[in-house]
Design a protein around this ligand. Structure first.
Ligand SMILES: [Mg+2]
Length: 407
């Protein structure tokens, strides 16, 4: 193939004279110039919640109420002064483990080209290969991966959604935080009003109470209160067996729900497939899965109508995009779990119209707020993810570690 040179320039950078030859077809492209990762800062931040949170996993005795969320933040800077920020998180346990694992592997990124995100994900994975390619090990990698994508988008001067190739400038959003099982029904109904007034497009409530009649009454009351002003979903957090899920699903058909979430154990691929085949109401799951391969199993076995990956839980944006490619090929709908600050960009870049989960829990960590209007969340026009850490976040920081040197 003949190489066509379109631009040649000489420049001096940090005392080194370099010639860049930009070619449309040759293999010697140097567009963007060489850069390398100079400095990384990891922070372990614990976000307290205003009130302890309970879903069905608590009412069935499997977990304690949630009182805080552990975050692992990674800040990366390059020799040329570009920067990115990313995060991973854990609920109840695992946060200190993510932070410790990240500290052990961070050094391998120093000196690397921040553009080579796929290569760097593999390098981080190999650095901790003996602890596997799913779960906590890759959730530690997620913080670096998200920071590298943020850096790349900032460097391009684009919101992350635009860098990835956006299909839309806003995404339908729904609210979960008003419908926990720990909230009395009067409070849930008041939260419905507040969410609708705030322009949120869907209301999700928790079900999976040990007494199914409690669920049925709450669903009926919330459905009546919404009165068609917003979409409605329910989330059982994996607390039913197969017969209970099928029975509940059939009772839900008249409500025209947008989806039933996590009716079964997160790894029950066959059980979810049976529900998806036999119920009109769409089935959603995937938030608890911790790798691309685990999601691939759900997708290949027709277990879901809505796939619900969580970028920090599956190892970051690089892995999330692989799940999206598999899901798009099956024409599945997408409703990422939690972390709207990341997932808004990823949902905007998904081919089919998606839903993003509105949680205001993380608001105190960041200086910026996401705009909601007419049932949709607007993709920020700021470059990258469009987030910066607040002073409050620094106040909640329990540990930091730095690698390399700031340029
Ligand atoms: Mg859920």
């Amino acid at each position: 193939m003949r190489s066509v040179t379109v631009k040649t320039r000489c420049e001096t950078f940090m005392g080194v004279r370099r010639m860049d030859t930009h070619s449309t077809t040759g293999s010697n492209q140097q567009i963007g110039g060489a850069d390398s990762i100079a400095w990384i800062k990891l922070s372990s931040i614990f976000l307290p919640l205003k009130t302890p949170i309970s879903d069905a996993k608590v009412l069935t005795g499997r977990q304690k109420p949630l009182t805080e969320v552990a975050f692992l933040f990674a800040e990366i800077e390059t020799r040329q002064g570009h920067s990115g920020i990313g995060f991973s998180y854990s609920k109840r346990a695992g946060g200190p483990g993510q932070y410790e694992h990240a500290k052990e592997i961070a050094e391998v990124l120093i000196g690397e080209d921040p553009n080579d995100i796929g290569k760097l994900w593999n390098k981080l994975c190999w650095a901790g290969a003996s602890v596997g390619r799913s779960g906590l090990a890759i959730q530690a990698i997620a913080a670096f991966d998200v920071a590298l994508w943020d850096l790349k988008a900032k460097r391009a001067g684009l919101p992350l959604a635009k860098l990835l190739g956006a299909h839309r400038n806003s995404v339908r959003c729904y609210n979960t935080s008003g419908g926990f099982l720990s909230s009395p029904i009067e409070e849930v109904l008041e939260n419905v009003e507040q969410s609708v007034a705030a322009g949120i497009g869907g209301i999700k409530i928790k079900v999976g109470h040990p007494d199914m009649n409690v669920d049925l009454k709450r669903v009926a009351a919330v459905h009546d209160r919404i009165g068609g002003r917003a979409a409605m979903m329910v989330d059982a957090n994996q607390q039913w067996d197969r017969p209970s899920a099928m029975r509940f699903g059939r009772l839900m058909e008249p409500y025209n729900l947008t989806w039933i979430e996590e009716p079964l154990d997160a790894y029950d691929v066959e059980g979810h497939a049976a529900l998806a085949a036999q119920l009109d109401t769409p089935i959603a799951t995937g938030e608890m899965l911790a790798s691309v391969l685990e999601h691939a199993s759900l997708i290949q076995n027709n277990s879901v109508d809505f796939i619900q990956p969580d970028a920090p839980r599956v190892g970051g944006i690089t892995q999330f995009l692989k799940i999206c490619a598999l899901a798009e090929a099956k024409k599945l709908q997408l409703a990422p779990h939690f972390a709207m600050e990341i997932h808004l960009h990823l949902a905007a870049a998904y081919e089919l119209e998606s839903w993003v989960e509105h949680f205001d829990w993380l608001d105190p960590l960041f200086n910026e707020r996401l705009e909601i209007k007419d049932g949709r969340m607007a993709v920020p026009t700021r470059p990258g993810l469009g987030i910066t850490l607040s002073e409050q976040a620094h106040h909640w920081t329990r540990g930091t570690a730095e690698f390399g040197k700031r340029a």
